[in-house]
Design a protein around this ligand. Structure first.
Ligand code: IPM
Ligand code: MG
Length: 353
């Protein structure tokens, strides 16, 4: 059956990556209908207040969404995550030969970050300290001193047992699948349970409990700052890394740096009935209009999308073509030490398909 893909080009430099990526994918002549929306800027100009609804309707009309990064002009990220319940944010961290890494030996780095996508500080509940005053709270880490009553703000961090259980189960199932393909079956969780024994303590406790039901996996837990060091010092030993939302956001950028930076870091957000795909990077307003954005992250996200659409051979074909361009090392974008335009890089990929 023909698959339907909604393409949201996003804002700033992102449409340059996405639209060129679309032309590469179209040249693969797959059984796919592409519903390509305008960029954030054009969408706002054309549809005004209705723009968000136009995006939501297009998302709902398709099997999946290929999403360009947004700087705010494309107001549907909330819908794709919370609205469509895509709770598991998968961020593969895999070194490709020829990509520029700051490490001496990046070869063989190949793990996946599974970031919880809903909770933690991302519930977005903040306010004036005055709001907390009637609660008479005391900080457990400040020798029980009362917290300041005025002159600042607070943010709320929420961790629930159910959402934690679901993300850790997701990560463990992924680790089992990977183990069947020859990976180590190591599951690593990082939390700040020493300072946050309730919230991160709960995440850690639930993670250990879930992991105990998977005797074929090796489970480990680190304090997150220690893990940030390990991520750089010994990335080769990692396989599946499961993180609460905020640490997952921060450390997936750090992890991307190990294997070539944000220009090559793909991602997919999966729920039970829907998934969408986006690069890890933002909309790069500083290079908008210059046609120098590296479309690799966007196209590798599309390869994840093709696997989700049950087109694994096409996914391999696309990844293989991208890898071949890096292996040859002749056509590289600026972030990789070359001077190729986004278009020239996509042409090179097309020639390797
Ligand atoms: C990401 C981004 C987003 C996030 C921003 C744009 C809200 O940093 O996908 O990693 O924090 O989730
Ligand atoms: Mg981020």
């Amino acid at each position: 059956m023909t698959k339907k893909v909604c393409v949201i080009p996003g804002d700033d430099a992102s449409p340059e990556a996405v639209l060129n990526g679309v032309s590469v994918l179209k040249s693969m002549e797959m059984d796919v209908d592409w519903l390509v929306l305008p960029s954030g800027e054009e969408g706002l100009a054309q549809h005004g207040d209705k723009w968000a609804q136009v995006c939501r309707d297009a998302i709902d009309a398709c099997d999946t969404t290929w999403f360009g990064s947004t700087g705010g002009k494309t107001p549907v990220l909330q819908y794709l995550r919370w609205g469509k319940q895509t709770y598991a944010n998968l961020r593969p961290v895999k070194y490709m030969a020829g990509v520029r890494s700051p490490l001496a030996r990046p070869e063989g780095i190949d793990f996946v970050i599974v970031r919880e996508n809903f909770e933690d500080l991302y519930v977005g509940i903040e306010g004036d300290l005055e709001v907390l005053k009637p609660l008479g709270l005391r900080g457990s880490r400040q020798d029980g001193a009362p917290i300041p009553e005025t002159g600042g703000k607070f943010a709320i961090k929420i961790i629930t047992e159910a959402v934690t259980r679901r993300i850790v189960e997701y990560g463990c199932e992924l680790a089992l699948q990977r183990k069947a393909q020859g990976y180590s079956g190591r599951v690593t969780v990082a939390t700040k349970h020493n300072v946050l024994p309730q919230t991160d303590g709960l995440f850690r406790k639930v993670a250990a409990d879930v992991a105990s039901k998977y005797p074929d996996l090796q489970y480990e837990n680190f304090i997150v700052d220690d893990f940030a060091r390990r991520l750089v010092a010994e990335p080769h030993r990692l396989d599946v890394v499961i993180l609460p939302n905020l640490y997952g956001d921060i450390l997936s950028d750090e992890a991307a740096a190990l294997v070539g930076g944000l220009g090559v870091a793909p991602s997919g957000c999966y729920g039970d009935n829907f998934a969408y795909f986006e690069s890890v990077h933002g909309s790069a307003p500083d290079i908008a209009g210059q046609h120098v954005i590296n479309p690799t992250a966007t196209m590798l996200s599309a390869a994840m999308m093709l696997r989700y659409l049950e087109m694994p051979e096409e996914a391999d074909r696309l990844e293989g073509a991208i890898a071949a361009v890096y292996a040859e090392g002749k056509v590289l974008t600026r972030d990789q030490g070359g001077d190729a335009s986004t278009e020239a890089f996509c042409d090179a990929v097309r020639s390797k398909l």
